[in-house]
Design a protein around this ligand. Structure first.
Ligand code: AMP
Length: 607
C-alpha cells in the first residue's frame, strides 16, 4: 500500500505560482510532500492478487462484507494499529506523551484519548516534519518505519481487456536527503505493482512505460492514441485517472487523426516525436497496417461530419466502458465525455486522494450524477466534521470558519444520512487528524460503512465581501449559464474565475473558452444568467446594494486553457492528476487570461 500526501492548500486553489522545486498546483505535482513508506505493516488481511479468477473475486467480496458489517469496530482497531505502529514518533509523542502504554488501554479508550489529545491538523502542521524527512532526517518523526519515498497518490485500476489508458508520469526528483519525489501516480506507474496488476488481470495497457513516462504530455498523448488505434479491436476499456485527460486526448485526436492514420498505414512515427526512448518503444509495438488505417480514416471522415459524436464506440467497437474520476471538479467535462462516448457506460472511479484511498464505488453502473463511494474502514482512521451552512448554523456551537459552521468531529460509526461533513484522516503513513478539505455527504450505508457523495472542496473560492461561494456554487452557476450557449452552435470548453478587487466595487470575473460561434446577445444573456444564479444571500444583498459590481464574463481565445495546463506541466504538475483551477489569484495565470481575453460582457441582472 502506498499512500502519501501533498501541499494541498497551496496546491489546488492556485493562489500562488507553482513552486520551482516541488512543483505545481493543479495536478498533483505538489509542493513538498508526501510521505510514503515502502514497507508498512498493512492493516488486517487484505485480499491478494494471487488467487485466480472467481476465487479471488470471492475472497475480495467476503473480506469487504466482513469489514462493512463491522465498520465502526474495524475503525477503532485501525486507529489502534496506527498508534501501535507510530506512538513513538516525535509528532505523536508531542500530543500523547512519552509514557503511553498502548497495551494498557482498550481500543475504545485509546480512540477517545486520541481524539481528545491530538488536535485537528492541516498540511501546514505536518509540513515542518515532512521538510525534515525530505532533508534527510531519519529519526521517527511521523512514522516509526523509515520513509523511503515521497509521493502523492495511488489509484488502483480495475481489470479488463486491453486498456487504452491516458496516463502520464511527471518528472521525479531527489530531495536534499536523497528521497525520490514525484506524484503518487508517477510512482505507481513506475512500480512493480503496476506491472503485477497487468499480469494478474491479463489486461495490458496499450502503451509501453516509455510512453507513460515521456516528458512531453502531447507526445505521450499522440502515442497513446496511435497505439490505441493499432490495438483498436482489443481495447475493452478506455481509462484515465481524472476524466479531464480523456477529454483532452480526444480533443487532440480531432486534429491529429490524419497524421495518426498515416503513421498507422506506414508503420512510421511522426517527426514531432522527439524522444528516442519513446520512439523505439512505440516502433517495437507497431507494424504497418494499411487496411486498418483506411478503415479508421473512413470512419473519421464520417465522424468529422457529425462533430465527433460517438467517436469512442465507433473507433473502439469492443470497448465496454470508460473508467475515470468523473465527479467533483471533473463534472464539467461530463457533457463532452458523453458526446464522445455515446451510449457507452461511464464507470466512476473510486474516491481517494494522495493522502489516503477513501471509498469505492460499489455500483459501477450508476451514472456519475448518482454515484456514491463506500468507505473502506481499514485504509485509514476516518473522522467527519459536521458542516452546516451559515443559515442553518446553531449559534451555540463552537468553531465557525469562513464558509461553513462546524461541530466536533465524529467517528465513522456516528455519521448521519443527509448530513455534510469534512473528511479528516489519520493514516498509516504519518498524517494525524489531517483535514482533507473535501466536503462529502452521507447518502446511506452499506452495512455499517457510510456511502459518501462527493460535494466539493471546502475552501471558499469566490468572495468579495460578505458573499461566499464554493467551487460547487460556481459549477452550478456556470452550468446554468452555459445552457444558453448550447442553444446556439457553441459549447463551453473550460472555465475559471477570479474575484476582482482591484477596481471598486469588486466583482466576479468568469473566464470562458468557447468553441464555435456565439453572438454577443447570447453571451450577454449568459453573463446575466450567471450573475442572477449565485444564490448566496451575501452575494444577492451585495449586488442589490451595489457593494459588489456586475459580474463580468470574459471570453478567452481558443487554446487559452491548454496554455494554462502547459504552464502547470512546465512547473512539475502531472497531466494524470491535473485539475483546472476554478478560481485564481495567481498573477501568471491572470496574465495569461488577460492577454487572451477577446470579448467582455457585463451583467445587467441587477439593473
Ligand atoms: P490529488 O490532489 O491529486 O491527490 O487528488 C485528490 C483529490 O481529488 C481529493 O481530495 C478530491 O478533492 C478529488 N477526488 C478524488 N477522487 C474523487 C472522486 N471520485 N470524485 C470527486 N473528487 C475526487
Amino acid at each position: 500500500m502506498k499512500v502519501g500526501f501533498e501541499g494541498r492548500e497551496r496546491k489546488r486553489e492556485s493562489d500562488q505560482a507553482p513552486k520551482p522545486i516541488f512543483g505545481e498546483d493543479g495536478g498533483g505535482g505538489g509542493a513538498i510532500v508526501a510521505a510514503m513508506i515502502t514497507t508498512p505493516k498493512l492493516p488486517d488481511r487484505q485480499p491478494t492478487m494471487t488467487v485466480e479468477g472467481a476465487a479471488a473475486d470471492q475472497e475480495i467480496i467476503s473480506w469487504f462484507e466482513g469489514l462493512a458489517e463491522n465498520a465502526g469496530m474495524v475503525q477503532t482497531q485501525t486507529l489502534r494499529r496506527i498508534i501501535e505502529l507510530n506512538h513513538r514518533t516525535e509528532y505523536l509523542q508531542k500530543w500523547l506523551g512519552r509514557d503511553l502504554r498502548v497495551q494498557d488501554l482498550d481500543p475504545a479508550a485509546l480512540e477517545s484519548l486520541f481524539s481528545s489529545s491530538v488536535p485537528l491538523a492541516s498540511h501546514a502542521d505536518h509540513e515542518p516534519y515532512i521538510q525534515r524527512i525530505a532533508d534527510g532526517d531519519t529519526s521517527p518523526l511521523l512514522t516509526q518505519e523509515p520513509i523511503t519515498m515521497l509521493s502523492l497518490r495511488v489509484f488502483p485500476v480495475r481489470a479488463g481487456g486491453r486498456i487504452l489508458e491516458f496516463i502520464y508520469s511527471s518528472k521525479q526528483f531527489q530531495t536534499k536527503g536523497g528521497l525520490t519525489v514525484g506524484t503518487a501516480t508517477t510512482h505507481y506507474f513506475a512500480s512493480e505493482e503496476f506491472k503485477t496488476k497487468q499480469k494478474s488481470t491479463k489486461s495490458f495497457t496499450c502503451s509501453p512505460y516509455e510512453v507513460i513516462a515521456g516528458e512531453d504530455y502531447k507526445q505521450s498523448t499522440y502515442c497513446h492514441l496511435l497505439l490505441g488505434l493499432a490495438f483498436s479491436d482489443q481495447v475493452e476499456i478506455i481509462a484515465s485517472t481524472f476524466a479531464y485527460s480523456i477529454v483532452q486526448a480526444f480533443i487532440a485526436f480531432e486534429e491529429l487523426w490524419e497524421e495518426l492514420c498515416e503513421d498507422l498505414r506506414e508503420g512510421t512515427l511522426s517527426t514531432k516525436l522527439t524522444s528516442p526512448e519513446m520512439r523505439r518503444a512505440v516502433m517495437d509495438c507497431l507494424t504497418p497496417n494499411a487496411s486498418l488505417a483506411s478503415k479508421i480514416e473512413k470512419k473519421c471522415r464520417q465522424l468529422e461530419e457529425s462533430n465527433w459524436s460517438n467517436l469512442i464506440p465507433n473507433l473502439w467497437p469492443n470497448a465496454k466502458y470508460i473508467y475515470s474520476i468523473m465527479t467533483g471538479s471533473m463534472q464539467p467535462y461530463l457533457k463532452k465525455l458523453r458526446h464522445y462516448a455515446g451510449d457507452l457506460a461511464l464507470v466512476c472511479a473510486d474516491y481517494g486522494s494522495t493522502e489516503s484511498w477513501i471509498g469505492v464505488n460499489l455500483e459501477p453502473s450508476d451514472a456519475p450524477e448518482r454515484v456514491t463511494f463506500t468507505v473502506i474502514p481499514t485504509f485509514s482512521y476516518f473522522e467527519f466534521i459536521p458542516l452546516y451552512t451559515r443559515k442553518e448554523r446553531d449559534h451555540s456551537t463552537s468553531a465557525v470558519t469562513d464558509d461553513f459552521a462546524e461541530r466536533e468531529p465524529l467517528p465513522l460509526s456516528q455519521v448521519k444520512v443527509g448530513q455534510q461533513y469534512e473528511v479528516v484522516l489519520t493514516t498509516f503513513t504519518g498524517l494525524y487528524r489531517y483535514r482533507l478539505g473535501d466536503v462529502v455527504e452521507v447518502a446511506g450505508f452499506y452495512k455499517g460503512a457510510p456511502k459518501l457523495t462527493f460535494i466539493c472542496r471546502r475552501k471558499l473560492i469566490l468572495t468579495v465581501n460578505i458573499d461566499k461561494n464554493t467551487e460547487r456554487d460556481l459549477q452550478i452557476v456556470v452550468e446554468k449559464g452555459s445552457r444558453l450557449l448550447r442553444q446556439t452552435r457553441a459549447e463551453l470548453v473550460d472555465f475559471t474565475s477570479h474575484a476582482d478587487l482591484a477596481v471598486h466595487p469588486g466583482h466576479y470575473v468568469i473566464f470562458w473558452e468557447v468553441k464555435g460561434e456565439a453572438e454577443d446577445s447570447v453571451l450577454n444573456a449568459c453573463s446575466r444568467e450567471m450573475d442572477a444564479a449565485f444564490a448566496d444571500r451575501g452575494y444577492v444583498v451585495s449586488r442589490k446594494t451595489g457593494s459588489i459590481g456586475p459580474l463580468e464574463l470574459r471570453i478567452v481565445e481558443s487554446g487559452t486553457f491548454r496554455r494554462i495546463l502547459e504552464y502547470y506541466i512546465d512547473h512539475g504538475a502531472a497531466m494524470s492528476q491535473f485539475k483546472t483551477p476554478r478560481c485564481t489569484t495567481n498573477q501568471v495565470l491572470l496574465g495569461i487570461l488577460d492577454r487572451c481575453t477577446v470579448r467582455r460582457f457585463r451583467s445587467t441582472a441587477y439593473g
